[in-house]
Design a protein around this ligand. Structure first.
Ligand code: PHE
Length: 382
């Protein structure tokens, strides 16, 4: 559909109703003057592969929001599976831009995938807003790339301070996913903050996303007996690592990050999934009334507790609609400007204000794992 043509009558109508309101002495909140009637939004998500939980949960959140919010603009969502890989993410973004001609794109989840998708989006001047990729480098020097989640220099520091302050940990081993920009970035930020707090990182050990047997790495952990093991990884490998760690009777506490939050972690690790501390964007048992309302709706629709990924997907849909409304246009550059200028957007995952580097300044939650999921432990503000 031709957006420009479709918009014209609505523009006229918008101007008319504005004038009518002015005459009547009424005022409306700024975002209520939506004149653009529809917008094509792309989403690049890992619907299959090792991080499929992330893609499925995001899509659940997006759909819940789009079904619920029937206000203008109407969103035509085009979803592409990235297979959870950098190459698949670049292909997906190129297809959405050249074939579907979307105005704006949401995604990916894993930082390495978003990095691969960001160059083609920036070059084509189509805004790419990631709801979940936290690696610091993602938005740097790319004005069409933004995010509504916190970044890893914050997340690593949250867990380092938690380890030192609350757990009184003196020593840490870091297990690093060498295939992931996310994991490497968190290793660096955790290490810097933990060392600054007076702790000592006694060893850094790498694993690969292709690994299924982590015994060699875990034997080293067992030998070091650190107070904590910092494990910034994704749930498929983390689940296996926790299970094998318990088999080796390792007593150290594990500290995790947002990449742990796939429901398969609990299936893979079984009883070994309980008792660890993890940083997340959201947790469903948070007392905040808007979290409770969302969790109830999500549970009713999908029959399960929403993950932070689901909440980020939900926020992404509202956030993008808000930006299109502010831009008053389906023009990608105008939407980019509206996204980048967003302040105090009230989301389920917190209040979202984008800074000069197009990163969201937001709080994190520290959660504790049970055998089935995450429970609230503390909220940490930036
Ligand atoms: N932050 C992770 C990354 O950048 C992705 C993620 C976010 C995973 C939230 C789970 C929950 O790779």
């Amino acid at each position: 559909m031709n957006h420009t043509l479709a918009r014209r009558p609505f523009l006229a109508l918008g101007a008319l109703s504005l004038a009518a309101l002015a005459v009547a002495g009424l005022s409306l909140p700024g975002s209520a003057f939506a004149v653009v009637n529809s917008v094509k939004v792309g989403a690049i998500l890992p619907l299959t592969g090792q991080t499929a939980n992330f893609g499925q949960d995001t899509l659940n959140g997006l759909k819940l929001a789009l079904e619920k919010d029937t206000s203008m603009p109407k969103v035509e969502l085009v979803v592409e599976d990235t297979l959870g890989t950098p190459a698949g993410s670049a292909t997906a973004v190129n297809k959405l831009i050249s074939t579907d001609k979307v105005s704006v794109i949401i995604g990916e989840v894993a930082s390495s995938n978003t990095i691969a998708a960001s160059a083609p989006a920036q070059n084509a001047k189509i805004p790419l807003m990631t709801h979940a990729s936290t690696n610091d480098s993602i938005t740097k020097g790319k004005d069409f790339i933004s995010r509504i989640c916190f970044i890893d220099s914050f997340q690593g520091e949250v867990m380092a301070k938690f380890a030192k302050g609350e757990l009184k940990a003196k020593t840490a081993v870091i297990l690093v996913d060498s295939d992931s920009d996310y994991s490497r970035g968190l290793r660096d930020s955790f290490k810097a903050a933990f060392t600054k707090e007076g702790g000592k990182v006694v060893e850094e050990i790498s694993y690969s996303q292709k690994d299924t047997d982590f015994k060699a790495q875990l034997m080293k952990v067992r030998k070091e007996k650190p107070d904590v093991v910092f494990l910034p990884g994704y749930y498929t490998q983390v689940g296996a690592i926790l299970r094998q760690s318990a088999e080796l009777k390792i007593k150290s506490k594990y500290l995790g990050t947002d990449g742990w939050s796939g429901e398969d972690l609990f299936k893979i690790a079984g009883p070994a999934s309980a008792g660890h501390y993890v940083s997340n964007h959201f947790v469903a048992d948070d007392k905040d009334p808007k979290v409770q309302a969302f969790a109830k709706e999500y549970q009713a629709k999908y029959g399960k507790v929403p993950s932070d990924m689901a909440a980020l997907g939900y926020d992404a849909a509202y956030f993008i609609k808000n930006a299109v409304r502010t831009a008053d246009s389906s023009d990608p550059t105008k939407i980019k400007d509206a996204i980048n200028g967003t302040k105090n957007f009230q989301g389920i995952t917190g209040t979202i204000s984008l800074d000069a580097n197009r990163n969201a300044i937001k709080s994190a939650v520290v959660t504790k794992t049970t055998t089935t999921g995450f429970v609230f432990h503390a909220r940490v503000n930036p």
